[in-house]
Unconditional design. Structure first.
Length: 417
């Protein structure tokens, strides 16, 4: 059964008179010519199961339907049918018959996660590959496509769409012309255009500004009638999904652009070598950066949100790097790692026992407490994981006989490779 709290699809915001539907789908859902669900597994108010757990879930579902103005999005996936794509989001049927006297009601949204991930070099992220709760990960300065279907035909003379995108108290609203190819704005700006219009279905290309704030955004679709008064309560608003936006070192308009073949090594490579030892006894240490592993992208976004960096400055890679360096190791006690050079590691983990960044970031996200203990190569490994995950090209350079290991103050140090 799809529980209201556990539905991996975010809710579609509709007018208050619309009802919601909770669907139990051990078999694929089928819809008739009117778009109504014909599965015999619909949960209704007729008879509640006698099993205590099922009864409690059913009662919660009925209460949710009666009190919430947010209809539950129906997830049509099932355990037996793995062919149904997880990035296709089904929205509830409208109560009133769809007519041109009311705004378009969203029926289905397809984020084309697999196709967009390949073109944006984000296909390696676990969050775009997993079976449940997939999320779209894109890079700024580059367009991506989504497809949306409505319960009636789209009429560009009557209907109008906009795409308000929200991230951490910031908002971008994109007005979408409904005529195919009708928007030819600069690639350095936010814009959207219709690339395909067939009756009830639209394919939309959305371009992200290369100066966009990096983080987790909420993507919505708002429809309204051109002739209707400009009243937000008369609009139809559907929250499609969260979208993660990263830096784009493959785009020349992005500050982190890297015009060389090394960009794959410094962004996509998830393992590497860190040199340790002394200047006369070099010793390599293999490190698993693991920037694409399960939960790491969410952990990095959590670290970014915990930093003191204001969200508007999250568009500046220089400020982001400084903030992340402070979050990896800081004497103030709020950082990810705690340093200890006294060789007393009984209350934590010795730095030599760490072989990668994943466990450190996952534990920090889970507990919110400093991980003990780190040395310079551990700090460097975790920092590299965070920056590569965000899309900033990063490599580790080891400096031997560094002046900071002595009590002498040095005004400036340059390290050349």
């Amino acid at each position: 059964m799809i529980h209201p709290v556990d539905v991996p699809v975010l809710f579609a915001e509709r007018r208050q008179y619309l009802t919601s539907e909770i669907v139990d789908s051990p078999s694929p859902l089928r819809r008739n010519a009117y778009g109504q669900c014909t599965s015999s597994t619909k949960l209704s108010r007729r008879v509640l199961p006698q099993v205590v757990l099922e009864r409690g879930l059913a009662l919660w579902g009925n209460l949710f339907k009666e009190t919430s103005r947010f209809p539950v999005a129906i997830d049509e996936r099932s355990e037996k049918d793995s062919q149904i794509r997880a990035d296709r989001l089904i929205f509830p049927d409208p109560v009133e018959p769809p007519t041109k006297k009311s705004p378009l009601e969203l029926k289905l949204a397809d984020l084309h996660i697999e196709r967009n991930s390949i073109s944006h070099h984000t296909v390696d992220f676990n969050i775009v590959q997993r079976d449940k709760d997939k999320k779209l990960v894109v890079r700024r300065g580059q367009p991506f496509e989504i497809s949306v279907s409505f319960y009636r035909d789209v009429d560009y003379e009557v209907d109008e769409l906009k795409l308000p995108t929200v991230a951490n108290s910031t908002k971008v609203v994109i007005i979408l012309p409904l005529q195919e190819g009708s928007n030819n704005r600069s690639a350095e700006l936010w814009y959207a255009k219709v690339t395909k219009l067939e009756g009830k279905q639209l394919t939309i290309q959305i371009n992200i500004s290369p100066n966009c704030i990096v983080g987790r955004w909420n993507l919505k679709v708002v429809t309204y009638l051109k002739a209707a008064p400009r009243n937000e309560y008369l609009n139809s608003t559907s929250l499609i999904s969260d979208v993660y936006v990263l830096f784009n070192p493959w785009n020349k308009n992005d500050m982190v652009f890297m015009p060389s073949e090394d960009v794959d090594e410094y962004v996509l490579n998830d393992v590497g070598k860190i040199w340790r030892g002394s200047h006369n006894a070099l010793r390599p240490c293999y490190w698993s950066f693991g920037q694409f592993e399960d939960g790491i992208l969410e952990a990095v976004m959590n670290v970014l949100s915990r930093s003191s960096l204001p969200f508007p400055l999250c568009s500046n890679p220089i400020m982001v790097v400084r903030a992340m360096a402070d979050m990896v190791q800081s004497p103030e006690g709020y950082s990810i790692l705690e340093g200890d050079w006294a060789a007393d590691y009984f209350t934590g983990t010795a730095p030599t026992e760490f072989t990668g960044s994943s466990r450190i970031l996952q534990q920090y996200t889970k507990t919110g407490r400093q991980i003990s203990y780190g040395h310079c190569w551990v700090f460097a490994g975790v920092m590299t994981t965070i920056l590569r995950c965000l899309g900033i090209p990063t490599r580790i350079v080891t400096c031997y006989q560094a002046a900071h290991d002595s009590d002498k103050f040095v005004a400036g140090i340059s390290c050349l490779e």
